[in-house]
Design a protein around this ligand. Structure first.
Ligand SMILES: [Zn+2]
Length: 590
């Protein structure tokens, strides 16, 4: 047993060690130890902190993610003494040379060194550190007043809670919160699996992630922070932008390795050309470069206009936008019944990819953007995300354009559509459009994990009347399967055996398999852990379900509706009758 002094020493040591490992993992992309070792140390620290709460360090890695906040006043305003101005955009070499001329003329010099940095397509933030400790994180807002998002900033692992090494009394570190492309793809996949709307691009997804009431959600989103500047400071006076970035790096921030010190404006133009070539290969979106006067005293001398600094300019990359015509607007029915408009475009090449359709998520969005059939529209493609219809070019209208109306009934099964928040829903659980998707989902890896039930096979079985609802999967007969075109006894037996093997399932997977709107695997895991058994969840009302961390009122309502629906009750009973066995969540006996 440790005495108090030993415990305190160990807590400080573990905090330091774990923060170091976090830094190497989240900032350097270079993990120092195996996850299991890390977890063991972390558990040791949690236990000690529980026993000796008086010694918990302010930068404890266990204090990163705090509890959810109350809805109103969650993001109070923050005023900036040094405003976070946006940087003027330029699109041509000529504009950049003109900028260089202005800078030289105003300074009365003939040579200026510039710092070239990537321009992130993210969300600018201000992080305030007092005596090395993160005391506040806030968004840029309008540049003079931002929003306090401290609990969420703390939840981003790439943001240090304590500056490494010597820190001044006060420093505001400015930079960009961004969502890497891989994290964005993963998030949209989860959204789709849960029947939730997709994010249009990493920037929107990142912004949404930073304005969460529950920091645990922010923590899961894989956000990064890149430092690019400073605001207020006391006790530290860097001379150049180059030195400033070096120091941010030393304090354990991510600073882009692609930055470059440019001896003159020609170097900066060459830097722009090189970055244009490699932008697609970067793990996150950048939309240009920023060219900054390197000498900070000169920056002060140059000052700023009412809206932008005179010492910096953004040289944007060519836009990945094109114009094309809207051939039609159709609706598609998703697995969870969401009926969404899809814009069919005349094929157009944008940055090397042919774009033929774009999703608009809701009928409301079509109305808001006023996109009509026959319109000429601008379409934008960012990285490898879903193309987005930006806006119609109204000047090109001929009067023959048609306004899109959401159908009153499901285009596939004819059931009257129902409104659910911003969405229109086909409420018919037996709707064929949903059936294929629901069965494929039921068989997917994080549900029943049945191999051999892909979209094609499922469609074939539906066409041959072997499947009428998802529960029929567990009543498939070898003889029937064997007679399907292209099958035969061997394949039929294999699939039957595969299904038989996976009839026993843990609760989280079972809940995921049901295709309840808003309940993907993560939500299913949380629900399973909280309620333990299917019966307990079925008996819960909206208030009880909302008590589960990260489960909001909309999802809670969907769950209650789902289990109240007689069709769904019959479906679950049918699965159980066919031999499906649900194991209660770990550690709970039903
Ligand atoms: Zn339908």
């Amino acid at each position: 047993m440790m005495n108090e002094q030993e415990a305190k020493k160990r807590i400080i040591e573990l905090t330091k060690q774990l923060n170091k490992y976090d830094y190497h993992y989240y900032v350097q992309d270079n993990p120092l130890i195996a996850d299991a070792q890390y977890d063991a140390l972390r558990r040791e620290l949690i236990a000690l902190e529980k026993q000796y709460p008086q010694f918990v360090q302010p930068d404890s890695p266990n204090r990163r993610v705090g509890p959810p906040q109350a809805g109103s006043n969650a993001f109070p305003p923050v005023h900036y003494e040094i405003p976070m101005l946006s940087i003027s955009d330029a699109w041509s070499d000529a504009e950049i040379r003109a900028f260089d001329q202005r800078v030289k003329a105003q300074l009365g010099v003939t040579a200026v060194t510039y710092m070239g940095e990537p321009k992130y397509d993210g969300l600018s933030c201000n992080l305030r550190y007092e005596n090395g400790l993160l005391t506040r994180g806030s968004t840029r807002g309008d540049g003079r007043t931002g929003e306090d998002v401290t609990p969420n900033a703390r939840a981003i692992h790439a943001i240090p809670l304590r500056l490494r090494g010597d820190a001044p009394a006060l420093v505001e570190v400015r930079g960009e919160v961004i969502m890497p492309k891989a994290a964005f793809k993963r998030l949209n996949k989860e959204q789709a699996a849960a029947g939730l709307p997709l994010f249009a691009n990493p920037r929107n997804a990142g912004a949404g992630s930073l304005r969460q009431l529950d920091p645990a959600v922010t923590a899961r989103r894989g956000l990064l922070f890149f430092g690019w500047g400073i605001g207020l400071r006391q006790g530290w006076d860097p001379q150049t932008q180059y030195e400033l970035l070096k120091q941010l790096e030393a304090w354990s921030f991510r600073v882009d390795p692609h930055r470059r010190l440019c001896a003159n404006i020609d170097d900066a133009l060459a830097y722009h050309r090189e970055m244009t070539k490699i932008r697609e290969q970067l793990p996150f979106d950048i939309d240009g470069i920023v060219i900054k006067v390197n000498n900070l005293a000169w920056q002060v001398k140059l000052g700023h206009t009412s809206h932008a600094p005179r010492w910096a300019i953004a040289y944007k990359f060519p836009a990945r936008e094109a114009t094309t015509k809207v051939k039609d607007i159709i609706v598609q029915v998703g697995r969870t019944g969401a009926v969404t408009p899809v814009v069919i475009l005349e094929p157009v090449n944008i940055g090397g990819a042919v774009v033929e359709r774009a999703t608009l998520h809701t009928a409301e969005l079509v109305r808001q953007k006023d996109i009509r059939i026959g319109d000429t529209v601008t379409v934008k493609r960012a990285g490898d995300v879903i193309p987005e219809v930006v806006a119609p070019i109204t000047a090109l209208r001929t009067g023959k354009e048609r306004i899109f109306h959401m159908p009153k009934t499901c285009p596939v099964c004819g059931a009257p559509l129902e409104k659910d928040g911003a969405y229109w829903i086909c409420p018919n659980a037996a709707c064929p459009a949903q059936l294929v998707g629901r069965i494929v989902h039921l068989a997917s890896r994080r549900a029943f994990d049945i191999h051999g039930l892909g979209e094609k096979s499922v469609q074939q079985m539906i066409d041959h009347h072997l499947l009428h609802d998802p529960a029929d999967v567990f009543r498939l007969q070898v003889d029937d399967l064997a007679q399907l075109p292209g099958w035969g006894p061997k394949r039929a037996q294999n699939l039957a055996a595969e299904i038989e093997q996976h009839k026993t399932i843990i609760l989280a997977r079972f809940l995921n398999a049901l295709s309840i709107r808003g309940v993907g695997f993560r939500a299913a895991e949380l629900l399973a852990k909280y309620f333990g058994t299917l019966a307990a969840l079925q008996a819960a009302d909206e208030a009880a379900i909302t008590a589960v961390p990260s489960i909001g009122p909309n999802v809670a309502r969907n769950i209650v509706h789902f289990f109240a629906e007689p069709h769904n009750q019959a479906l679950i009973q049918k699965m159980l009758d066919a031999g499906v066995t649900i194991q209660p969540a770990k550690g709970i006996t039903a």
